[in-house]
Each structure stands twice: as structure tokens, then as C-alpha cells.
Design a protein around this ligand. Structure first.
Ligand SMILES: [Zn+2]
Length: 282
């Protein structure tokens, strides 16, 4: 499933190709994504200029003067770029957007499981940030508003385990299950710690660790950028060397203690019982 780093790498791959270019044509072969693709999408976009390609959480935001195209990759979606003409569409190639450029290209949305989305938010409805899918998202991990102070304030009164609070996405977006375990290892915090017991120092370390883990994943993805602009997409997570995730029973890379695997909210959590004692419930 594409996570924030995959979406950010997609954005970085697509932005130089699409920003400032105009839409030549849109072909919608199958409207049945998670929500129906707007029937009039081709006439809405044709001839319009992409001003900027932004990301909010796992949503790509194609900014036009007259509105925003909101795209989500769901469980299995990807955007591929074909310079010049595109090969014949396969059965999962639901949407093509042809754009101008030094050589015109075709951006193709492929989504076998069709949990992705492609929605239009007209400018007259206000900023796309007010769209119901975006308005309740947590803070952006690299935005200065995601601060130790924000984490501290958000977690007062939250008795859920810190791992669960990070996963929930209402504090900060982009911390999926793998990244939550890795973040808490780097912050040396027990994933079972009740969130309201975090100290200011814990919160500082969480902010630093979230950014480090996501930045590393984006960097790893950036090195495979070629895959996104070619015909074959990269699959799976970008994290190459996990400290704890998926390493149950194996020695901690820092202290050698066997990594523990537990289940929290039906999701696997991995941690080092020796390194992650700060704020331990014991
Ligand atoms: Zn350890």
C-alpha cells in the first residue's frame, strides 16, 4: 500500500513534468474507483494549466486556476509517465491525462484494486484543504506546526498507547504501521506507553524521529525514482534497513536484545525491550 513517502516520491517525479504544462486530453476508461471519477473530468481539465503539484498526507493535489484535482493511490494505485505516446491500456489503467511538454506525455493512473480516488474540487468551493477528505487530517510531518509542543498538547488526556496515537493520523499524517515502530525505536519510547504520560522531552524526540524515518524512506524512494517515470513502478515500502519492524526474535541492532513482537489494535508492533524503556509502563 503506498504510504506518504511513496506519494511524496511520486510527487517529486511528476512535478517537473507537469507543473506549468497544459492538459491536452483526458481519457477515463473506468470511473469506478473508491468514489466515481467525475463524468465531466475531460471537459473540466482540457486546455487548463497545472500550476503546481502538491501533497497533503497521502493525497496528490493538482492545482489549477479553476480548482484542484485530488488524487489518492488507495491500496494499489500508481501514476506512471509515458513520454510521447502510451502503450495500449491494460485492464487496470483507468485514467490517462495527456499533457504538453518538450515532448507531450501521458500520465496514466493504474489501480488494480480500485480503492484510489480522483476527485475534482472547484475553486468556488474554497481551498481544497476544506474538502472533507482533507479537512480533518493531522499535521504534515515536515511542517513547522508539527512540533514537540503540538505533540504534547495533543496527547494530554489521550490514554491510548502512543503507537496507536501515531497511527491514528489525527496528530500527524504519514506514520503508517512500519514507520510507527521505527519512530518509537529511534525515540527510545516504549510503544505501549499511554500517550498522556509523554514528557516534553519524549515529544521532542518523537518529532525528530518521525521526520528522520520519513525522510530516510523518501530518500530511499528517490534513489528508485527512475522506476516511477518508466513503465515499471516500484512496489512496497522504501524502508530498507528497519531497526525493529519485521525483526521479531532477532537481535536489536543497537544492544543485541531480541526484538519483541506484540499486537496493538490488531496491528503488529516491534520494539526493543532494552532500548525502549523511556516512559516504560513498568
Ligand atoms: Zn536494543
Amino acid at each position: 500500500m503506498p504510504e506518504l513517502p511513496e506519494v511524496e516520491v511520486t510527487r517529486r517525479a511528476l512535478a517537473p513534468l507537469v507543473e506549468g504544462e497544459r492538459v491536452l486530453a483526458v481519457i477515463v476508461r473506468d470511473r469506478r474507483l473508491r468514489w466515481p471519477v467525475p463524468a465531466r473530468l475531460a471537459s473540466i481539465l482540457r486546455g487548463q494549466r497545472v500550476e503546481r503539484l502538491d501533497r497533503r498526507g497521502k493525497y496528490l493535489l493538482w492545482r489549477f486556476a479553476h480548482g484542484t484535482l485530488i488524487s489518492h493511490l488507495g491500496m494499489s494505485g500508481s501514476w506512471r509517465v509515458h513520454i510521447g505516446s502510451a502503450p495500449p491500456a491494460g485492464r487496470h489503467d483507468h485514467v490517462d491525462i495527456a499533457i504538453t511538454g518538450r515532448r507531450p506525455s501521458v500520465l496514466r493512473l493504474t489501480d488494480p484494486r480500485r480503492f484510489g480516488a480522483l476527485l475534482w474540487h472547484p475553486r468556488r468551493f474554497g481551498d481544497a484543504g476544506r474538502h472533507p477528505l482533507l479537512s480533518r487530517l493531522g499535521l504534515e510531518p515536515f511542517d513547522p506546526s508539527f512540533s514537540a509542543d503540538a505533540v504534547y498538547r495533543h496527547t494530554r488526556g489521550r490514554r491510548a498507547a502512543i503507537k496507536q496515537v501515531l497511527l491514528a493520523g489525527d496528530l500527524v499524517v504519514g506514520v503508517g504501521n512500519i514507520y510507527a515502530s521505527e519512530t518509537l525505536f529511534r525515540a527510545r519510547i516504549d510503544p505501549r506507553l499511554a500517550a498522556h504520560r509523554l514528557t516534553a522531552a519524549h515529544c521532542e524526540r518523537i518529532v525528530t524521529a518521525v521526520r528522520a524515518v520519513l525522510a530516510e524512506a523518501i530518500d530511499v524512494g528517490g534513489s528508485t525514482l527512475r522506476d516511477f517515470v518508466g513503465a515499471d513502478g516500484a512496489e512496497g515500502y522504501f524502508m530498507l534497513d528497519a531497526f525493529v519492524y519485521g525483526r521479531g526474535g532477532m537481535p536489536c541492532r543497537v544492544c543485541g536484545t531480541p526484538i519483541r513482537r506484540i499486537v496493538q489494535g490488531s496491528r503488529a508492533t516491534y520494539f526493543c525491550p532494552r532500548c525502549q524503556t523511556k516512559g516504560s509502563p513498568r
